[in-house]
Design a protein around this ligand. Structure first.
Ligand code: ADP
Length: 302
């Protein structure tokens, strides 16, 4: 049986070092990365769409062509005349990566400015995915619009999946960040946090503490990712720790995003969260063995 999957957020232009001072252009962003892996792992009976804001410039067109080339539907993308996509550059110094961002005025910030558009896009699908980054980039009024549409989707029985993906520099302050992440979780019925982030920002002392906090917000289904220590799944039964798959770590970019996409793909087809977490771990292990956020499907199944 198939269905329709929608991921909501920001995809950016990525500039990475190509040697000799040259830069390579790519496209990436947490929720798009997850859409990419969900598309790669779901059967053809499922559609995967991406909802963001883009402009009417050449690079917006290129990004749309890139998404379509990966099999990700682009018809839910809002086009805003005169705006451009966000951009980030990856720097490499002594093997350490750091990032510069130009995203304050990106078209993606207007992804929820048209409430009717958002409602239609969400009504058309079975599963909605978003992240703390999706929430962080929105103006306050649009944030409320998005959260209210997500709550509506949850109330109507859709699967609403949320990765808190806590990035302090995108938020105006700590209290707002923690309160809004919690609101995001309340609007979801599946939350997929990374324990490191939750411990750092919410002060959770253990994976169990993270689970209890999200269960306390009314979330039924939780997967806590914990890097090489594996992922703990709590879907109504006793929590189960699913080990990570041993990996040769080349670049951890997108470990969590790829885990989420693969987990969701498998869970949507089998309904078995423990098995899906094992599959997510296997895909994430392959992804961190290669450079870059987006690893081609052929390399994933090798
Ligand atoms: P994030 O990238 O969101 O911080 P994590 O670091 O928790 O997320 O990683 C997500 C998943 O990627 C983990 O649950 C695990 O399956 C896999 N993973 C991450 N780091 C490693 C590692 N060093 N070895 C094997 N698997 C890893």
């Amino acid at each position: 049986m198939g269905g329709r999957f929608l991921s909501i957020g920001e995809c950016m232009v990525e500039l990475s070092q190509a040697g000799g001072g040259l830069l390579r252009k790519g496209f990436a962003g947490d929720t798009f990365n997850t859409a990419w892996y969900a598309r790669a792992c779901l059967p053809a009976t499922w559609s995967v769409d991406y909802l963001t804001g883009l402009g009417d410039d050449v690079v917006s067109e290129e990004m749309i062509a890139f998404m379509a080339g990966a099999g990700v539907g682009t018809s839910a993308i809002r086009r805003i005349a005169g705006r451009t996509p966000g951009l980030y550059m990856i720097h490499l110094k002594n093997g350490e990566r750091s990032f510069s961002y130009w995203r304050d005025t990106s078209a993606a910030r207007a992804l929820a400015a048209d409430a009717d558009h958002l409602r239609r896009a969400i009504e058309a699908v079975d599963v909605v995915y978003f992240s703390g980054i999706t929430l962080a980039i929105l103006p306050v009024a649009d944030l409320e619009t998005l959260l209210s549409e997500l709550r509506r989707a949850k109330a109507s029985g859709k699967l609403v999946a949320f990765d808190p993906n806590i990035r302090p520099r995108l938020w105006s302050g700590r209290e707002t960040m923690l309160a809004t992440i919690s609101d995001g979780a309340r609007a979801a019925n599946l939350v997929m946090p990374s324990f490191d982030d939750e411990a750092t920002h919410f002060g959770d002392v253990s994976v169990a503490a993270t689970m209890n906090r999200y269960h306390g917000l009314g979330v039924e289904k939780i997967v806590v990712k914990n890097g090489e220590h594996g992922a703990t799944v709590s879907f109504g039964d006793e929590p189960r720790l699913v080990p990570a798959v041993e990996a040769k770590v080349v670049d951890t970019t997108s470990a969590g995003d790829s885990f989420n996409g693969a987990f969701l793909a498998r869970y949507l087809v089998t309904g078995d969260a423990v098995e899906a977490a094992g599959f997510g771990a296997a895909v994430a292990a392959r992804v961190i063995g290669e450079h870059g956020a987006l690893i081609a499907y052929e390399k994933l199944v090798e």
